[in-house]
Design a binder for this molecule. Structure first.
Ligand code: ATP
Length: 136
């Protein structure tokens, strides 16, 4: 079994989509092993998005992810990383995400794209250490 780190981003929390997103995760068969509403510090935001520091949208992304509470979760299950990426849909909710995915069904903008999911098992380990260090 595999683990992945998921964030329900501030846009989705503010729009009241947390329950809808958690319901899709549960219906898929992924198991919640950690779940918490978090106010994101600038430090945690910078650690989480360290790989994007040189991107033109980095400043805006940090501002967005710290703009309101997120719901952070660790999911477990067979192929959990890919399974959640499938639920989320592609990064751009209109150009890439398919209808039926979280982003495809609820999103319009590439930055405010509702959810984050780790992109590999290695990223998941790194991100779980950042958000839920006690889980080891
Ligand atoms: P995530 O890592 O959050 O699941 P992702 O792997 O689909 O998203 P990345 O390319 O890693 O996408 O980008 C990280 C996040 O940065 C995106 O989810 C989105 O919120 C934001 N982002 C990506 N590209 C852009 C862009 N061109 N303009 C503004 N924000 C962007």
């Amino acid at each position: 079994t595999e683990r992945t780190l998921v964030l329900v981003k501030p846009d989705a929390v503010a729009r009241g989509l947390t329950g809808e997103i958690l319901a899709r995760i549960e219906r898929k068969g992924l198991r919640l092993v950690a779940l918490e509403l978090r106010h994101v510090s600038a430090e945690v935001a910078a650690e989480h998005y360290a790989e994007h520091v040189e991107r033109p949208f980095y400043g805006s992304l940090i501002e967005f992810i710290t703009s309101g509470p997120v719901v952070a979760a660790v999911l477990a299950g067979p192929r959990a990383v890919a399974a959640f990426r499938q639920l989320a849909g592609g990064t751009d909710p209109v150009a890439k995400a398919e209808t039926g995915s979280i982003r495809g069904d609820f999103g319009l903008e590439v930055q405010e794209n509702l959810v984050h999911g780790s992109d590999s098992v290695e990223s998941a380990k790194r991100e779980i250490d950042i958000w839920f260090p006690a889980l080891g």
